[in-house]
Design a binder for this molecule. Sequence first.
Ligand SMILES: Nc1ncnc2c1ncn2[C@@H]1O[C@H](COP(=O)(O)OP(=O)(O)OP(=O)(O)O)[C@@H](O)[C@H]1O
Ligand SMILES: [Mg+2]
Length: 312
Amino acid sequence: MSRIHDALKKAELEKAAGAGAETGARSAGLPEPEAARGEGVPGVMLESPATPALGAGEGRSGQITLETLLARCSRPPWSPKPEGLVFLDSPRPALGAEEFRTLRSRLYLVRQKQPLQTLLITSALPLEGKTFVAANLAHVFVQQQECRALLIDADLRWSRLHLLLGAPLAPGLSEYLQGKADEFSILQRGPQGNLFFIAGGQSAAYPAELIANGRFKGLLQRLAPVFDWIVIDSPPAIPVSDASLLAELCDGMLMVVQAGTTPFDLAQKVCEGFRTKRLLGVVLNRAAPRSGYGSYYYGGYGEDGGKGKRRR
Ligand SMILES: Nc1ncnc2c1ncn2[C@@H]1O[C@H](COP(=O)(O)OP(=O)(O)OP(=O)(O)O)[C@@H](O)[C@H]1O
Ligand SMILES: [Mg+2]
């Protein structure tokens, strides 16, 4: 955990130093891939993970097979938002893409040591970049050939992933957890073919109770054989209990910390709280560009980032 501690401290120091420019996501606590070692490449920190063998055909009893998934899930048109996704086709290399590749490499390194398939993305406070990190992490996974990823919006209080993807909001997880929809009607297959998505669905009363009612756990078990990675976006950990409940269902979690904004003591408190819940590391989001590495950072993204705050 010391690297996580160091990273949190660093974020606070950056704040004190007045680091200004918005940039990308750095990782801390995660093993460093060879290429990144000693170069200060921004990214994420990890410490642990899991990987069931991916089933290309038959699954165990009750589990969904790939053939069934492809035959039955919907393929609605998506209109992804380029300002929030760094892996969309673009005439110029997207700023920030390299940080997500570094994070991906670190996650694979963790996965060599322990099972790691289902990843929860959370943060201490609202608006730190969870949805941004979850969406781009899922996209960097499917940049690899033969890699199939599922992105789930489990923020049932303020579902926003569908807006980034330009995908339908419902039916989604909320409808599934209420027993109003089956898994095939909530699964969307994206235009790339290997990225799948479950939107948050219409808002419902008592989201924490819905998450804990057992259906989400069953859903993840049924879907596990057909995906390499499952990335789950969640609400912030401090104001509501959902992230803590979700962490119980995942192999590992990443905590997003917004550079220069997240109070050190709050971030540390959440890290301590999740230590027993497979906290892999911290993603330092919107960190200042480092000299010589400016092109690795997101530029021109989210001009109004952080505005439009609302109450939960
Ligand atoms: N790296 C970044 N650079 C610039 N803006 C960013 C970056 N990451 C996030 N933002 C902006 O910050 C705001 C919050 O991002 P996002 O929705 O990902 O946060 P969140 O943690 O999911 O919020 P919530 O707690 O509401 O779910 C958005 O307006 C987004 O555009
Ligand atoms: Mg969000």
